[in-house]
Design a protein around this ligand. Structure first.
Ligand code: ADP
Length: 471
């Protein structure tokens, strides 16, 4: 129910209804009140005019003290018939000398309006509840300018009420007709206007049901076109993500299968031969052990990569002395460098303390330095430096090793990408080291760049903000 009220269709309908019907009420009320006002005004001025004429005639006659004068008596009768009302003639002593209803003749009336009229004022009243207009005016002697009496004329407004009622009925009828029209138009307009949105929702539902290639944009309105464009973009992104995921899964399976296949071959060849000497067993078992180590390394690297994933990042930030951290990494890698006959040097330009995830950063920097040692040449060198400004710290890992061909430089951060597959495999690479390093740096909202010349050497530069920026 509430959902229905929230629908755009209902809101459009409601708006049309409000703007189509409400003004009608005001118009009707305004029209009737204007009519009433104008009718009372015209009628009042009409009575006043007639009464004034009569008052002048009464003033110049002796009618107030002697009501036998035919002429005025006739006029008074005519007037009362014309206005379907009552006429009272009051003398200077406030005694009613004539009442065409014959109710108050001879009585004294001291109504405030009568007194006001006696003092020279013309009093006009409209009594809406009792349906009459009353005009009370003084009868002034032309010679002495004194008030000789008061003339009270009241007129029934029944005929005006009748017209008003008639007008009201018509206005109501017209308003009803407009109301019906607005409801019909409102219903159809709201249905037509919301149709593109419904079509768009259906398109999105189709995508949800698996027909993502059939997504049709709706360009009827600028808004629906914008939503359609956003949906297209989102679909494209989802497709890319899906492709990447599929590629990753097939790469992982392939990488995991390689050591298994080697182990199978080694085991099969041992089983296939009879009377194999013990040395053979030892040699083959050593090879199988190496393959197991390799499988283990791939799995560990994959786990590290998953942990670096932005979405599942359980980052553990603390204030770390980067100089000490670098020293520790160098200490751990020095034996490998020595074995490769590579000179490993660290140069720290200033003390650096930064908010980082120590484990993830260690992994990233270790991978870079280990690569510099692995892809080097005998008698080569690896130069690591640490520097900082007031916002970031910088680590550069420079070597004079084999270098990376220009065309491979854009891909080396991809998972499982290796420039020379067999060489990397020989030295125990998984193709995941740089992907892990890059993800760790991105997790810290930093940046990693490579600069390399084939045969000359490679430099990796890492920039990490000193203060951790929450993502
Ligand atoms: P791997 O486990 O193969 O070392 P990485 O992701 O660490 O995987 O590196 C990807 C590829 O980039 C490596 O196979 C190697 O060919 C190249 N590479 C990385 N670092 C260096 C370097 N310092 N000098 C030359 N080549 C490098």
């Amino acid at each position: 129910m509430l959902e229905g009220l929230k629908s755009l269709r209902f809101q459009i309908f409601l708006l049309l209804l409000i703007f189509g019907i409400v003004p009608g009420f005001f118009l009707r009320a305004g029209l009737l009140s204007a009519y009433e006002h104008r009718a009372v005004e015209v009628q009042t001025s009409d009575i006043t005019g007639q009464a004034q004429l009569l008052a002048t005639q009464i003033a110049s006659s002796n009618y107030l003290s002697d009501q036998s004068e035919e002429n005025i008596s006739v006029q008074l009768d005519q007037m009362s018939t014309m206005y379907d009302g009552r006429i009272l003639l009051v003398d200077a002593a406030f005694t009613v000398v004539e009442d065409n209803y014959q109710l108050d003749e001879g009585k004294v009336i001291l109504l405030p309006d009568v007194i006001r009229a006696y003092r020279g004022e013309t009093v006009q009243t409209y009594d809406r509840d009792n349906h009459y207009i009353e005009v009370i005016l003084p009868i002034i002697d032309q010679h002495t300018s004194g008030t000789r009496g008061v003339l009270m004329v009241s007129e029934s407004t029944d005929s005006m009420e009748l017209n008003r009622g008639y007008l009201k009925q018509w206005a109501l009828l017209i308003q009803l007709l407009i109301g019906v029209m607005v409801i019909v138009i409102g219903c159809s307009v709201s249905v037509v206007m919301t149709k593109p949105l419904k079509r768009l929702a259906k398109s999105v539902r189709d995508v949800h049901d698996g027909y993502e290639n059939d997504f049709k944009g709706i360009d009827t309105y600028t808004e629906t076109a914008a939503i359609s464009a956003a949906c297209h973009g989102m679909l494209r992104r989802l497709q890319i993500l899906d492709e990447t995921r599929q590629e990753f899964v097939s790469n992982v399976s392939h990488e995991l299968k390689t050591p298994l296949a080697s182990m199978k071959v080694l085991a099969d060849s041992l089983i296939g031969q009879e009377d194999v000497p013990v040395e053979f067993y030892r040699e083959f078992m050593t090879d199988i052990g190496e393959e197991i180590d390799r499988e283990n390394k791939i799995i560990n690297d994959l786990l590290s990569l998953v942990k670096m994933d932005k979405t599942s990042a359980n980052v553990n930030i603390s204030s770390v002395n980067i100089n000490e951290l670098m020293e520790l990494i160098m200490k751990r890698l020095r034996p490998i460098a020595r074995k490769q006959n590579v000179d490993l040097v660290l140069e720290s330009f200033r003390p650096v303390i930064a908010e980082v995830d120590e484990v993830k950063l260690t992994l990233a920097l270790s991978n870079l330095i280990e690569n510099a040692i692995k892809y080097n040449r005998p008698e080569g060198w690896v130069h690591v430096s640490l520097n900082a400004d007031h916002q970031n710290f910088f680590v550069t890992v420079e070597d004079n090793g084999i270098g990376i061909p220009e065309e491979d430089q854009d891909h080396i951060f991809e998972r499982f990408y290796r420039v020379d597959k067999s060489h990397s495999r020989e030295i125990g690479g998984t193709g995941l080291g740089l992907a892990i390093a890059r993800n760790a740096v991105i997790l810290h909202r930093g940046a990693i760049r490579v600069h390399s010349a084939e045969g000359e050497g490679t430099t990796f530069t890492v920039r990490i903000p000193l203060n951790y920026i929450e993502g």
